[in-house]
Design a binder for this molecule. Structure first.
Ligand code: SF4
Length: 289
């Protein structure tokens, strides 16, 4: 069961971008004022359409495969989830097929099946109940290469955070295959802020931050990022970032950790919920292939 659902959401994610991402790209294409930027967005939209038509991955870069597991405390078979998801990844690599992207950092050997030590990576959350919710994100390498963690001077506060993010966007330029989605997080510690920033990428672009002040900050960062002129694929234009998603943890008085996680236009994610009776809700995609 877990293996099948893991396979299905992975296959869905790599072929069909979520509706919110497609809608944001379509809107960007309508409003982009740079001719080159418009052409790039049209190429991206054509690419998305062709991937769906031919049921082929939307990008050749499989990315790194990450799962987020919300496990009901009363759910059965939790101990089997990791092995089942590894099997699902191996099967998807063969059958979709997916480019093998998991390389041993010391020997440089590619495992050939997108698995290896700590990959696919599983993030666990224990929640009340007996359902198991699985989300997969296939995180592109180009956008991963510019993710940034750092420490802001605590006294600089929100202004320091804005500068940190916009500097990261300018430095990243074309590398993360813009237009991008930015996950931004502060607080906790260096590891916690980066983990929260990456997880924030799962929030749909249509969902605003539930805290109005943070929603405004997200919008301020979005507008500033889109004034850089980097544009689609870094070739100029007003569409550099499609959305900014903020999260935070409380911080140590002397530390202000900050992180920005970039996602590329191929912002692939898919979620399904498995109920105790074996029924499955595919929450972001329909199962129609
Ligand atoms: S960063 Fe994203 S769009 Fe660019 S090559 Fe990798 S997966 Fe594809």
């Amino acid at each position: 069961m877990i293996e099948n659902v893991g396979f299905n959401i992975l296959k869905q994610a790599v072929i069909y971008l979520p509706d919110d991402v497609k809608q944001a790209l379509k809107k960007a294409h309508e409003t982009e004022t740079s001719e080159t930027g418009k052409t790039q967005l049209k190429a991206i939209l054509d690419n998305i359409e062709l991937a769906e038509k031919f049921r082929a991955p939307v990008c050749q870069d499989t990315g790194t495969i990450i799962f987020y597991v919300k496990a009901g405390a009363e759910a059965k078979d939790l101990a089997r989830i990791e092995a089942a998801l590894i099997t699902a990844v191996k099967k998807a690599t063969k059958e979709v097929p997916l480019r093998p992207n998991a390389v041993d950092p010391f020997t440089q050997k590619n495992s050939g099946d997108n698995t290896g030590r700590n990959i696919p990576h599983l993030n666990w959350e224990i929640v009340p109940g007996n359902d198991i919710e699985l989300t997969v994100m296939t995180k592109g390498g180009g956008s991963e290469n510019v993710c940034l963690g750092g420490m802001i001077v605590p006294g600089e506060g929100v202004n320091g955070l804005k500068k940190f993010v916009i500097d990261a966007v300018i430095k990243a330029g074309a590398q993360p295959c813009p237009p991008n989605i930015l996950g931004v997080a502060v607080g906790g510690g260096a590891d916690i802020s980066m983990k929260l920033a990456k997880k924030a990428l799962l929030r749909p672009l249509t969902e605003h931050n539930s805290n109005p002040e943070l929603a405004k900050l997200e919008n301020d960062i979005l507008e500033a990022a889109n004034m850089t002129g980097i544009g689609p694929m870094g070739l100029g234009g007003r569409t550099t970032v499609l959305g900014v998603h903020l999260d935070y943890a409380f911080r140590h008085p002397a530390s202000f950790p900050a992180a920005v996680a970039f996602n590329c236009w191929a912002a692939r994610r898919s979620t399904a919920k498995i109920h105790p009776d074996g029924s499955v809700d595919y929450m972001t995609h329909t199962l129609e292939w």
